[in-house]
Design a protein around this ligand. Sequence first.
Ligand SMILES: Nc1ncnc2c1ncn2[C@@H]1O[C@H](COP(=O)(O)OP(=O)(O)OP(=O)(O)O)[C@@H](O)[C@H]1O
Length: 642
Amino acid sequence: MNRSPHDLLASLSEMLPSHPQLGTFLAAIWNEVESANNLADFCRGTAQSLQAATAATAVQFQQQQPNGEWRKIASNGNPRSVTASQFEKWLHAEIVPGETASLLLTLPDEPNRMLILDGATRLSPGYLQAIREVVILALARFLQSVTQSQRATHLKAILSMVQRWQQTDDLPSLLNQMAESSTEFFQAERASIFLWDKPKHQLVGRPALGVEDGKLVVPDDKGVVGAVVQTGQSRRVDDMLGHEVNRDIDKQLEFHTHSLLCVPLLDRKAKVFGAFELINKRSGNFTTQDQQGLEEIAVHAAAVLESSQQIAELLESRDRIAAAQAAEIQLIGESPPMLKLRKNIERIAATKLPVLVLGENGTGKEVVSRMIHYHGNRRGQPLVSVNCAALPDTLLESELFGHEKGAFTGAHETKPGKFELASGGTLFLDEIGDMSLPGQAKLLRVLENQVLTRLGGQIDIEVDVRVIAATNQDLPQLVKENRFRQDLFYRLDVVSLYLPPLRDRGNDILILAERFLVEFARKARRETPTLSSDAQSRLLGHAWPGNIRELRNTMERTAFLCDRDIVTAEMLPIDTNRSPQVQQVPTQLDLTEATNRFQADFISYHLERSGGNMSQAAKNMGLHRSNLHRKMKQLGLLEERE
Ligand SMILES: Nc1ncnc2c1ncn2[C@@H]1O[C@H](COP(=O)(O)OP(=O)(O)OP(=O)(O)O)[C@@H](O)[C@H]1O
């Protein structure tokens, strides 16, 4: 244990009468602090004065290297060589007195150093401890003054570097210049600047020196650079922690990363928009000073990059990509409910209102949420999905709101939640009805205040997220049963969109079936087969409990399994047992009444399946439309409909 400088001084004054040589030593070592040119000089001078102060036969300073080995930095006299096992033993004991006294000189964030005094047999442990503390104090002061003067030189170099960058407005050459000058400045082998393409969950590294065409694309949740953009914290990795490095990239580039330093690039609002990475320090590992230096450079780099004209162009092209994505989302269907739904989506996409999407499984709730996102002005920002049913309560909260390091067992590092990741964009909460009550309470708070606190965190983090929630459950019923918060229900239910089950979409079944058939026939590299009229009737008559997902799977199997040009009803892989039946007519009715009841049920059934489309229903029943109309009038069905 080191004492405070005050206590140390008091103890030294007590020792002075019995160790008069101490006074000369203190004056000499202080002189080294003031005048030594570098660390070796300092150690050499100190070794000399120490030999006098301790009457040792030889004195040496050793320094531990990043690979764990020890290297002599200075000595006086004729020091004996020391074995690795001795170093190992001495490293675990602060002072080893005896024939040879070894004193460990540890400084925070610095490599280990050791002072070895040969033939120092007569010295008391108290005296040795005082010597050790004096050397540590002097060493720390010396290194601090070196760092300060180095820092001044660093700052000057950074300034001239940044001035050069400001004269370049072409983005690729700017990025190139940044990477090249920092590689040189930090004595690294490579450098990359990664720009975060959030909507695509990718990091685009430019330039990656040594990479063909200078461009590298990596997922935004992998490796050190992924961790840096996700957490906004710098990382330094050396060989001992090498498992953190994304070795896939190394393999791809036939390169071995042994040390790495990566810092975030922050915009004016302190949001991460990229990362600056240096790879392989030419000698040893990156130091704390390197990290501070790169963080400083990153501040300037971020400012220059942010004002670069071409970043705007990059964002525009991102918008073009988003527009292309929007065009790709298909909400197929021409039935009245689907036409209305499409109109509603267009109307609400431009707003930030929360949306609740309701409907059975497989009815297209996720497709709808993607349409809302990609047709709105948030489309250049991320769309993040969370399935609330797939996560246990305990994980759900940290997944949504993030956690701080140490918030719970296993929280080895700070992690932002999906809310933060969706910042500026949209969060799709699927199966919201399955969210736990504590989760609901937190969600409500975020929706109301637009701020969140990470699990185990103290500070409020502002979030700007549009929430789209979906469920196949009866939320009002869950509210009645106290399984869903009423206030949250009202919050989410500002706009609700209902997706009818496929069986109620009438002819949409055939439109969808044909589209899927075309899609999968192309995949199966075959001509698209046609659906016979009995196959069409079978499709229209099936209940589709799995909705569009089931229809899609059925058509996929048909495209791959049916080897004819025409698909007949028997060839369809449909489980007919699950189709609804026309209601059984009670046997106590007379024949006319029973026939009428059957006809009414039968017609209603087909009308329902055709989404109210009379022509289609008539066709499915093998009738002319006018005959169906007459029949319906006769059965009193028209009044009901009008
Ligand atoms: N109107 C539609 N047009 C084209 N494809 C659709 C349509 N609706 C759904 N699909 C397709 O059907 C499948 C299921 O859709 P989706 O995942 O959106 O349903 P969901 O209601 O979210 O299901 P779940 O409740 O099970 O999560 C997807 O492959 C989707 O692309």
